[in-house]
Design a binder for this molecule. Structure first.
Ligand code: SAM
Length: 357
């Protein structure tokens, strides 16, 4: 057997590879090897989660951000963005619409917007919890203090998404002039320790990112063992300092999604909107390479186009119903079954022991 086939077999059988082995695999993988990788990742997903694909309603409630990440379209110094902020009442109306459409997980995402104080967020979470006791509430609002994370958890949040973005300190520093590598890591650890279901993850194809950097990302995820893993291509936004850069490819992103599934087999992995934006088949291919979550956007159409982390984002004008039905069709065409339930991490489901029953 060739080195490559040994590695593909090793990661499939043991769910482990060293950083050097991952780097070798990423650099040398051929088209035929990719098919083996995707197929093994799909089988692994089916062992843990069957053919279910969990749907989450994504509410992008503010595009105001105090941070200045070089890649991001809503970075503080992009003066061309029309900024918006939904009131708690508008967010609740959005939840109601999502609930009527059948969603039982809401993901509340925003730029780092401190207008939403701990008190405002606690009240909002309390109101959502009161109206919909059975739903899962996921926050993706960036860095806050551990005390605030604790209060938000107590007020009803269940999950928190915060990509680590890149596990290479030097690259992180270059891309995040207003943030610190250690702070992001500390937030992720605090969230996990407090008892949230935590999502980490990274972008693929960042300027200057190497195969060794991506291997480091996967090793970090293997060690940290998050419940959710978001992996998407970097897509350049023209109004950012990285506007003229190349961006990540479909093939590279799919290989990393598949490797994440094999290395952290019990994780929930979205087929990201960014991948769907890069290629019309992107999300379907990700589902066939180990992903098992899709997050249809239910942000009000009046503001949706302003939440442009990158340009030409899909579902820009779709009404939430259309967005849900087109995604369900995509899931069915790919041969899977859309599930609107909470879709908790297997680590949090009592009695879930590794293989899908
Ligand atoms: N502020 C929160 C945070 O920092 O976690 C959540 C919002 S942030 C805009 C959501 C994610 O968008 C980031 O974690 C980043 O990976 C992704 N993102 C931002 N700009 C992007 C781009 N140009 N291409 C692809 N993904 C991008």
């Amino acid at each position: 057997m060739s080195d490559m086939h040994n590695l593909l077999e090793k990661v499939y059988q043991t769910n482990d590879l060293t950083k050097e082995e991952i780097t070798y695999l990423l650099v040398n993988i051929t088209h035929a090897d990719r098919e083996i990788l995707y197929s093994n990742a799909l089988k692994t997903k089916q062992t843990y989660y069957g053919d279910k694909v969990y749907l989450r309603g994504l509410i992008e409630f503010s595009n105001i951000c105090r941070q200045d990440c070089l890649y991001c379209g809503i970075r503080a110094s992009n003066a061309k963005v029309e900024r918006y902020r939904l009131s708690p009442e508008e967010i609740l109306a959005c939840c109601e619409q999502g609930y009527q459409l059948g969603y039982r997980t809401f993901v509340l995402q925003s730029g780092e917007d401190l207008w939403y104080t701990e008190e405002i967020l606690v009240n909002l979470l309390g109101a959502i919890r009161k109206s919909y006791p059975e739903v899962a509430i996921t926050l993706s609002i960036g860095e806050r203090s551990t005390d605030t994370y604790q209060s938000l958890l107590a007020a009803g949040a269940d999950r928190f998404l915060m990509r680590h973005e890149t596990a290479t300190q030097e690259l992180y520093k270059r891309l995040h002039p207003t943030m610190r590598f250690e702070d992001r890591r500390a937030c992720l650890s605090a969230l996990k320790q407090l008892g949230y279901q935590v999502g980490a993850g990274f972008m693929v194809g960042l300027p200057g990112q190497t195969a060794a950097d991506l291997a480091e990302d996967l090793r970090y995820l293997k060690e940290f063992h998050p419940d959710m893993i978001g992996i998407g291509p970097f897509i350049p936004h023209s109004e950012t300092p990285l506007g003229a850069e190349k961006g990540g490819t479909l093939e590279d992103t799919l290989a990393l999604v598949a490797l994440a599934r094999l290395l952290i087999p019990d994780s929930l992995i979205p087929a990201t909107t960014a991948l769907g934006t890069l290629n019309s088949q992107g999300r379907e291919l990700a589902l066939k390479a180990g992903a098992n979550v899709v997050m249809p956007i239910i942000t009000p159409t009046s503001v949706r186009k302003h939440y442009a982390l990158y340009e030409n984002k899909i579902c820009g004008d779709d009404h939430p119903e259309d967005c849900r039905y087109s995604i369900e069709r995509e899931i069915q065409t790919a041969g899977f079954e859309a599930d609107l339930g909470r879709g908790d991490s297997r680590k949090f489901v009592v009695g879930a022991m590794g293989s899908y029953q």
